[in-house]
Design a protein around this ligand. Structure first.
Ligand code: F3S
Length: 371
């Protein structure tokens, strides 16, 4: 694989962290037969909850001795930083804070959200190295930025070197759709089913109605959760839908969900909600107070920018949490049956936390919350 002089220097650097990071990037490039590396505009690091990486991950992060070269954002952690006592014990808190301090020390921004594109939007055609599969699908599909599905470690190595191997979705011709998919019903649930069925494809979706941005975000997340999908096209919507030949093979997906249990928590915000979703939830509540636990997860930056809406939601009994989520925090283990509008949470929660999960669209979730 071709390396520039600067990249060779990083590989042979006396700084062990930098040399190791470059070694990781080069190894990945060799595995995927990349001809060269490409400069990236940003990196997004996932897997930073103490629940997921434990003491080993914490010690490794604390051992890093280099700074990131590009804008670097990070995924949610295991607790709300201001209301951590509601989530975790002191030992967890202290270790989670050490993880965050280690990331801050190398220059990462503690955005603590899986929707970094609401804070800073890459441009069409930008090469980026993002972990967090839902954000990868969003960036490739809805923005037209270019990233493969990175792991937490490869995204961190890219942040430190400012490079990623040039293969996969960084190359335009690899972004062509491979299967045409007609979808009926809720997009989040359709994504859950499509991911299971299509695995490694690049779907070209045709919807039977107009869809909102937040629905496409939920679709992106659930596709990536049940399948190995990193990108989709949506006819008439996504920026590259016209750039390739329309695939011939057709699949029809009808989103249906039938399981039920006695709901003790309704969780919205996987991925973290947008301001539009906060507004929509407030509208759907129509001034009614919630009678069950209705929790919304979003970025702290969004809460700060949406003070009026957040205040009204909290007055109706909705709890809004930042910096964390229902999957990466241990809190969900206190509940038995969670209702969610997220196909990703539907895929992960039963496996990771052993709770029962029922799926419903946003409107139904809100109606159940006020029952
Ligand atoms: Fe985000 Fe957590 Fe879901 S990181 S996509 S809210 S699992």
């Amino acid at each position: 694989m071709y390396l520039t002089k600067e990249e060779e220097e990083m590989l042979n650097s006396d700084n062990e962290t930098l040399a190791k990071a470059m070694e990781i990037i080069v190894k990945i490039g060799e595995i995927f037969n990349a001809e060269k590396l490409v400069k990236i505009k940003s990196a997004h690091i996932s897997g930073i909850s103490y629940q997921n990486i434990g003491d080993e991950g914490l010690e490794w992060l604390e051992s890093l001795n280099a700074r990131v070269r590009v804008k670097t954002t990070v995924n949610p952690c295991g607790m709300d930083l201001e209301r951590w006592k509601e989530f975790v014990d002191y030992e967890f808190y202290e270790k989670q804070m050490r993880i965050l301090n280690a990331l801050k020390r190398i220059g990462a921004e503690l955005t603590l959200t899986c929707t970094p594109y609401y804070l800073y939007k890459p441009e069409f055609g930008d090469h980026i190295a993002w972990a967090e599969s839902s954000a990868v699908v969003y960036a490739n599909s809805l923005i037209g930025a270019r990233t493969n599905r990175e792991s937490g470690i490869s995204a961190l190595a890219s942040a430190i070197t400012g490079r990623t191997p040039y293969y996969g979705l960084h190359i335009k011709q690899n972004r062509a759709p491979t299967v045409l998919v007609k979808v009926k019903g809720d997009l989040s649930l359709a994504g859950y089913r499509a991911g299971l069925e299509l695995q490694n494809e690049i779907p070209y979706f045709v919807f039977d109605r107009s869809v909102a941005e937040y629905e496409l975000k939920l679709l992106a997340a659930s596709l990536a959760a049940t399948g190995n999908i990193a990108m989709f096209h949506a006819e008439g919507i996504t920026p590259e839908w016209r750039d390739f030949e329309k695939p011939r093979e057709r699949v029809e997906i009808e989103a249906k969900f039938e399981r039920s249990c006695e709901v003790d928590l309704i969780a919205i915000g996987c991925p973290h909600v947008s301001k539009e979703e906060l507004r929509l939830i407030l509208k759907l509540l129509r001034g009614r107070s919630v009678k069950r636990n209705l929790w919304i997860f979003c970025s702290r930056s969004l809460v700060e920018r949406s003070y009026e809406i957040v205040k009204k939601l909290e007055e109706l009994g909705v709890r809004i949490y930042c910096d964390t989520c229902i999957v990466v925090s241990p809190i969900v283990k206190r509940f038995e049956c969670v209702m969610t509008n997220s196909g990703k949470a539907l895929a992960y929660l039963p496996k990771l936390s052993g709770v029962d999960v029922v799926f419903a669209d946003l409107k139904t979730c809100i109606e159940v919350a006020v029952e």
